[in-house]
Ligand binder design. Structure first.
Ligand SMILES: *Cc1c(COP(=O)(O)O)cnc(C)c1O
Length: 354
C-alpha cells in the first residue's frame, strides 16, 4: 500500500503538476522541473539512509529480478560468487547468477524437528576463499524470514569482499549502516512506491564492468555517467518515490519508521502466538518486521477467512501462491490502526469459528 497523503498528492498533481498544466508523465525528462524533482528524490533518499559520499545512488529500470542478472554481469571477474539460499528470492537470484558465473551456494535455511524455521548464523555459512562478492537476501518476503544483523565480510573472509543485498522488502523500514555493503538494491514496489523502478546504492569502486559485451543499459557505469538519465527513466515511479521519500522524512525519518514498524510487528506476532487458532512457523529471532505469514489451524477455512477479512476492508492477506496460508505485509505505509484492525479481526474470527 502507499501512504494516503502521497496518494492524495498524486491525485491533485495528475492534471496539473507544479502549475505546468500537465502531469509529470507529459513533460520532458530533460526539463528543469523533472530533473530538479529527481535530484531532490536522490538527496532525500541519501539523507534518509545517511548514504556516504563514496556511494552512487542509481535509479535503474525494471524490477528487482533484473538485478539478479545485472549483479553478476557487472561484478564477476571470471571467479566465483558466494550466495546464501534462504528462500524463494535468493533462490531465483542464484539461478540467474549461474548463467554468468560460478556460484557457491550455502543453504541458509534450517528447519528444526518441531517444524520451526531458522536461519543459519553467519559463522555457519560455507564460503569460498576469494569470491567476487557475497550475495544475500536480508528479508525473505514470502516466508517472512529476516536477518536482523548485517554480516561483516571483513570478519568472515579476512578481507574486503563486497556484500550485495536484495533489500526489496525491507529497505527504508529502519536505519542501516550502508558502509557495510557493496551494493544494496530494492525494487520500488514494496516499501518505496510503484513498480518499474529499482533503487540501487553502489560503492564507487564496484562500478567496473570489464566485459564489453554487457549491453549499455545493463552497465552500472552508464547509470552513473548519465545520472540515471541515459535514456528515459521510469518517470512516474521516480516521481512517486520522491513523494514517498519526502513523506518518510516529514514523518520522522527512519528512526521513527523503525520504532513504528517494530511495534506493529510485535503486536501482530503476539496476537498470532497467543491465539490457538493461528500460528507462525518462524523462530523469534528471525521473524520479519515487514512480512508476517501465519497459518490457520484449520486450513479448510482459508478461503472463508479471506472473504470475511475483505468484507471488513482487510485486503491482500493471502499468502504467496507458492506457500499458501496467510501473510500480512505491513510495509511503512500500513498505519498502526490497520494492524489493530487486523488483530481485532483475528480475535473475532477465531471466536466465531470455534
Ligand atoms: C518482490 C521481491 C523481488 C522481485 O521483485 P520484482 O521487482 O518483481 O522483480 C525480489 N526480491 C525480493 C526480496 C522481493 O521481495
Amino acid at each position: 500500500m502507499l501512504p494516503r497523503d502521497v496518494m492524495t498528492e498524486v491525485q491533485r498533481d495528475l492534471l496539473d503538476w507544479k502549475g505546468l498544466r500537465r502531469s509529470v508523465m507529459e513533460i520532458s525528462h530533460r526539463s528543469r522541473p523533472f530533473m530538479d524533482m529527481m535530484q531532490k528524490a536522490e538527496a532525500d533518499f541519501r539523507d534518509l539512509l545517511a548514504i556516504p559520499d563514496n556511494y552512487q545512488v542509481l535509479f535503474v529500470h525494471g524490477s528487482a529480478s533484473h538485478q539478479f542478472a545485472m549483479i553478476p554481469m557487472n561484478l564477476s571477474k571470471n571467479g566465483v560468487a558466494d550466495y546464501i539460499d534462504t528462500g524463494t528470492w535468493s533462490h531465483k537470484a542464484i539461478k540467474e547468477a549461474e548463467k554468468f558465473t560460478r556460484v557457491n551456494v550455502t543453504q541458509g535455511l534450517k528447519i528444526d524437528e518441531h517444524g520451526i524455521n531458522h536461519l543459519q548464523s553467519f559463522s555457519e555459512w560455507s564460503l569460498s576463499e576469494d569470491p567476487d562478492y557475497l550475495f544475500y537476501t536480508p528479508n525473505e518476503t514470502i516466508a517472512g524470514l529476516q536477518y536482523h544483523l548485517i554480516p561483516d565480510t571483513q570478519e568472515l573472509y579476512g578481507k574486503d569482499v563486497p556484500l550485495v543485498a536484495d533489500m526489496s522488502s525491507c529497505i527504508l523500514s529502519e536505519p542501516i549502516d550502508v558502509s557495510k555493503f557493496g551494493i544494496i538494491f530494492a525494487g520500488a514496489q514494496k516499501n518505496i512506491g510503484t513498480s518499474g523502478l529499482t533503487m540501487l546504492i553502489i560503492r564507487d569502486d564496484l562500478i567496473r564492468t570489464t566485459d564489453d559485451k554487457v549491453p549499455t543499459l545493463f552497465r552500472y557505469q552508464t547509470y552513473k555517467d548519465y545520472h540515471s538519465l541515459y535514456n528515459t527513466p521510469a518517470v512516474f515511479p521516480v516521481y512517486i518515490s520522491g513523494l514517498v521519500f519526502n513523506w518518510i522524512k516529514i514523518s520522522g525519518g527512519l528512526d521513527k519508521m523503525s520504532e513504528i514498524n517494530h511495534r506493529k510487528a510485535s503486536k501482530l506476532y503476539h496476537a498470532i502466538d497467543s491465539n490457538g487458532f493461528y500460528h507462525n512457523p518462524n523462530a523469534d529471532s528471525v521473524r520479519s518486521i515487514m512480512n508476517v505469514p501465519f497459518l490457520l489451524e484449520d486450513e479448510s477455512k482459508n478461503e472463508h477467512f479471506i472473504q470475511m477479512a475483505e468484507s471488513q476492508g482487510l485486503f491482500a492477506l493471502e499468502g504467496h501462491r507458492s506457500v499458501g496460508g496467510m501473510r500480512a505485509s505491513i510495509y511503512n505505509a500500513m498505519p498502526e490502526s490497520g494492524i489493530e484492525k487486523l488483530i481485532s479481526f483475528l480475535e473475532e474470527y477465531a471466536l466465531k469459528i470455534s
